[in-house]
Write a protein that binds this ligand. Structure first.
Ligand code: HEM
Length: 218
């Protein structure tokens, strides 16, 4: 029997994800060229700097456009990243056994994102703001901002690069390759997951979704 499906990511959020991810990859690669001295020769005629600025513009504009088009969804998403509770602590404590041994017994039911996804979303939000502020000061403040402040901006921008760069690979591993997240890729490409996957991975969220459906049907 075919598994029933439920929508996990709407088209708008999928478009935002992939446009933002594309911009991030451009920023990451062209940033790496500036960051690693042996790659410095690639930045010599500055084309990587131009691509970095194009990437930065898309990286800023994509969430801004999304927020203008659907402010309620944007606020809901931000709230989600910032709302943490007892369940998240329990989840984090049980996470090593879950990820490495596949033990799902002690995992509390999750909302539409599990705790580690929420951590990544939280990081994207906080470091996104850090990248944008420090980047804009470096871009437009070269002539007017004191050199000591500019040096701080470079330092903070670099720290954000190292932290999010490392977590970026964890994100790809968990969402594309980890055997337990086997409908993750499908959810961010086609938008849907099976009811079975929703029940086991996002129990609290699935209950809410089915309750709302029932309410609408009545
Ligand atoms: C280009 C490589 C990337 C791939 C292959 C990828 C893949 C995915 C997938 C499959 C999901 C769905 C996870 C699930 O619900 O099971 C997801 C979610 C998400 N992605 Fe990415 N992603 C990439 C880059 C990025 C980048 C660069 C960012 C941030 C700028 C990002 C931010 C997010 C966020 C916030 C979520 C929702 C929370 C989560 O599931 O972690 N992704 N990604």
């Amino acid at each position: 029997m075919m598994d029933r499906k439920v929508e996990k990511y709407r088209l708008a959020i999928r478009i935002l994800h992939w446009v933002h991810a594309g911009a991030f990859v451009l920023l990451f690669l062209t940033g790496l060229v500036l960051f690693v001295p042996v790659l410095g020769f690639l930045a010599e005629d500055s084309w990587t700097r131009v691509i970095h600025r194009v990437g930065a513009t898309v990286f800023i504009l994509a969430p801004v456009v999304y927020t203008i088009l659907d402010p309620r969804a944007a606020i809901r998403g931000i709230k989600q990243a910032l709302t943490w509770g007892q369940d998240d602590i329990v989840w984090l404590t049980a996470a090593p056994r879950y990820y490495f041994l596949g033990d799902e017994q002690s995992m509390p039911p999750q909302g539409s994102m599990n705790t580690s996804q929420k951590m990544w979303w939280f990081m994207v939000l906080v470091f996104g703001v850090v990248f944008v502020i420090t980047g804009l000061v470096m871009w437009f403040g070269k002539a007017s901002v004191p050199p000591s402040i500019l040096r701080w901006m470079v330092f903070v921008h670099d720290v954000a690069f190292i932290v999010t760069g490392a977590m970026f690979f964890v994100h790809i591993y968990l969402s594309v390759f980890h055997p337990l997240m086997n409908e993750s890729w499908a959810s961010m490409t086609g938008g849907k997951i099976s009811v079975r996957y929703a029940r086991t991975h996002y129990g609290k969220w699935y209950q809410e979704v089915s309750r709302n459906k029932e309410r609408k049907a009545r």
